[in-house]
Design a protein around this ligand. Structure first.
Ligand code: NAP
Length: 231
């Protein structure tokens, strides 16, 4: 089985409702299965539901090497998009290997300055301002911020509120969202995995006794895919 019980729990046993789980695809290890639910669901809902990605569209995944980004690159590909991933130098080959058609190394090139326009930008890093990102967006494109960063006073809500406000005056769509775990999406992810279109990228696995170290590593914000804690 794979699924979720709640956020913020690392334990040998946890209770969860039956509907929060789906059968583990046979081609996944238990470590890989543990990595799927939250990041996979987030990437799926961002691209399929918020971005409404269609075949042939140009999709930019910023933070393509991270926990959510590695799912997003593969899901965008499975939706038929032409995918560009943004990551740092050490991750360029990995992001290409999971299916990105193009990779931008953000330490050498700024995607907001390249003149290229994308139909959908899924931004897991939010290292640029909203107006800079909109320069890289097609006139009717969709920008999906996913980090929840924002101003000093109201934090993440600042960027979300600004995105909603700007949506009122532009044909460009700005779609901040909160992912909602549900069984149907787990089944959709399982189908992609079983078909060989989606494989979780695991950076490291830590034993439960080293959970604090695992969380410290994740907190640094430079994982290559997902970090798993094993019991
Ligand atoms: N909307 C929701 O409901 C929802 C659900 C889950 C998660 N999230 C959010 O999604 C965000 C991403 O999560 P995650 O698990 O993927 O984080 P993560 O694993 O820490 O990945 C972040 C990635 O961003 C890259 N990065 C850092 N600076 C960058 C820059 N300037 N330009 C481009 N890429 C950069 C890093 O790559 P390098 O190592 O190459 O720098 C890293 O791979 C988090 O803020 C999380 O809170 C939102």
């Amino acid at each position: 089985m794979f699924g979720w019980c709640t956020t913020g729990v690392l334990a040998e046993y946890a209770c969860a409702e039956q509907d929060n789980f789906a059968s583990k695809p046979a081609n996944l290890s238990f470590e890989q299965a543990a990595a799927v639910s939250v990041s996979g669901t987030t990437a799926l809902q961002a691209l399929r539901d918020q971005g409404e990605v269609r075949r042939g569209q140009k999709v930019l995944i910023v933070g393509a090497s991270g926990g959510v980004g590695t799912f997003a690159v593969q899901i965008a590909r499975s939706l038929g998009a032409e995918v560009t991933g943004v990551c740092s130098t050490r991750n360029v080959d990995m992001v290409r290997s999971i299916g990105a058609d193009h990779v931008i190394d953000y330490t050498k090139e700024d995607f907001t300055q390249s003149g290229q326009r994308y139909d959908v930008i899924f931004d897991n890093a939010e290292a640029h301002s909203l107006s800079e990102c909109r320069r890289a967006l097609a006139p009717k494109g969709t920008y999906i911020p996913n980090r929840g960063s924002g101003g000093r006073w109201i934090g993440p809500l600042g960027r979300i509120a600004k995105a909603r406000f700007l949506s009122l005056f532009s044909r460009q769509k700005l779609r901040p969202f909160l992912s909602r775990e549900n069984r149907d999406d787990l089944l959709a992810l399982a189908e992609l995995i079983a078909a060989g279109k989606l494989t979780p990228v695991i950076d490291r696995a830590y034993p439960l006794s080293q959970a604090a170290e695992a969380l410290r590593y994740v907190g640094e914000g430079h994982t290559q895919g997902k970090v798993v804690v094993t019991v």
